[in-house]
Design a protein around this ligand. Structure first.
Ligand SMILES: *Cc1c(COP(=O)(O)O)cnc(C)c1O
Length: 387
């Protein structure tokens, strides 16, 4: 079997391993590997296996299906669902040894009601220290200590962990930094109060990637690493440059090369008009592959180690680039959409800025029909092709 060599991702597992090692050294605590959204588009099972090789035994996902996907692939160790699971699925959680986040008393009670006999569900408590998304509220005016202590009465729940989340650990703005410090204080105070009331936690975690790089929290014994494992800095505001190596690159091929005269239009909506004779190459990648339509007439793509402009609108499955400056371009040549070609590089961050978004969204958007090809020590070791 061969994967469809039309548009594909190359996933460099050595880089993943390297990034994890850098983060482990920086965090000085165990890492929970965040592999939600198919490991940010990198492929969750391949990613989880490398994480295991690097000593990670705890995984974070967004929902129960992602957790099951890992279990069905034989991934052992702890798995925490960071988000919501419908209470009707509690049996699936228990029988697959999946840990569930509990974010409020109402949800805790509903889960508890669904569990029969002597079974128990492992849970981590989510504390809201300022993000106002989900969690037991802990701040200057609200104290969740009593509410959390009352959860001990719910016999079917085993409280193993507690955590909070930082919405702006990636910012050096002074007010953002003070906000994050305040969050750490609220969280640590809550832990202290719960401990004083004999409620202890096996697993305590606050830091995301930006938190690992920019903040320390010695109360925690785990940190949740996501984007940085994939070799992308959470933002340009980073205290330590870990020299992360991007894990993913996105490639495609030239399907047609042609000369066009001056005064013609290119693509849907005729948004590009040639002001001179040009050489145009067509590539089989479009917004259905996750290459945003907003890159039209804006982004660059690498061919033969040089930058080429996207001309005209990005179509659903194809786009055109200007290759007038290139001598030798032919059908089958490989183009780099994200990644390195010679000395040139297009980062997910560069594309994100063009689309007014973040690189997280760029890599997560690469669609299922784009095969992922895995490399270790420079050798192709496997692929995933849903197309
Ligand atoms: C996604 C997620 C993370 C990982 O964040 P990164 O910025 O990618 O490191 C950590 N914690 C929670 C709760 C998340 O949802």
């Amino acid at each position: 079997m061969e994967y469809l060599k039309r548009t594909w991702c190359e996933i460099h597992l050595d880089h993943l391993y390297y990034n994890i090692k850098q983060l482990q050294e920086t965090a000085q605590k165990k890492l929970m590997g965040i592999v939600k959204a198919d490991a940010y588009g990198h492929g969750d099972v391949y990613t989880a296996k490398v994480l295991q090789q690097a000593g990670i035994d705890f995984f974070g996902v967004s929902n129960v299906n992602e957790a099951l996907n890992l279990r069905q692939a034989g991934i052992q160790g702890e798995i925490l669902v960071l988000g919501y699971t419908p209470v009707e699925m509690v049996q699936t959680l228990i029988s697959n040894q999946i840990t569930q986040t509990v974010h409020c008393t109402e949800y805790a009670k509903l889960l508890n009601l669904q569990i029969s006999g002597s079974q128990t569900l492992k849970v981590h408590l989510k504390i809201d220290t300022g993000m106002n998304r989900i969690g037991f509220v802990q701040n200057q005016t609200a104290d969740s200590t009593d509410e959390i202590l009352a959860l001990k009465a719910l016999q079917a729940l085993t409280i193993c962990g507690i955590f909070t989340h930082f919405p702006c650990a990636d910012s050096f703005d002074l007010q953002d930094a003070a906000f994050t410090q305040q969050q750490i204080t609220y969280f640590n105070q809550l832990i202290e109060r719960l401990n004083a009331n004999h409620l202890y936690f096996e697993v305590i975690h606050t830091q995301n990637s930006a938190g690992i790089i920019n903040y320390a929290n010695s109360v925690c014994n785990y940190a949740r690493a996501g984007i940085a494992m994939y070799g992308l800095n959470p933002s340009s505001d980073i205290k330590i440059d870990l020299k992360l190596k991007p894990v993913l690159s996105l490639k495609t091929v030239v399907t047609m090369v042609k000369q066009v005269p001056q005064g013609v239009d290119i693509g849907y909506g005729r948004t590009y008009h040639t002001s001179r004779p040009m050489k145009i190459a067509t590539l089989p990648i479009g917004y259905a592959d996750g290459y945003y339509r907003s890159f039209s007439n804006r982004a660059d793509i690498l061919l033969h180690g040089t930058r080429c402009k996207v001309v005209g609108r990005v179509c659903m499955d194809q786009l055109m680039i200007d290759v007038t400056h290139l001598e030798q371009v032919q059908l089958g040549d490989i183009a780099t959409v994200i990644g390195m070609d010679g000395k040139e590089c297009i980062t997910a961050d560069e594309l994100a800025q063009l689309a007014d978004t973040i690189h997280y969204e760029v890599v997560c958007s690469i669609s299922k029909r784009v095969p992922r090809v895995y490399y270790q020590h420079g050798i192709e070791i496997g692929f995933l092709d849903h197309s």
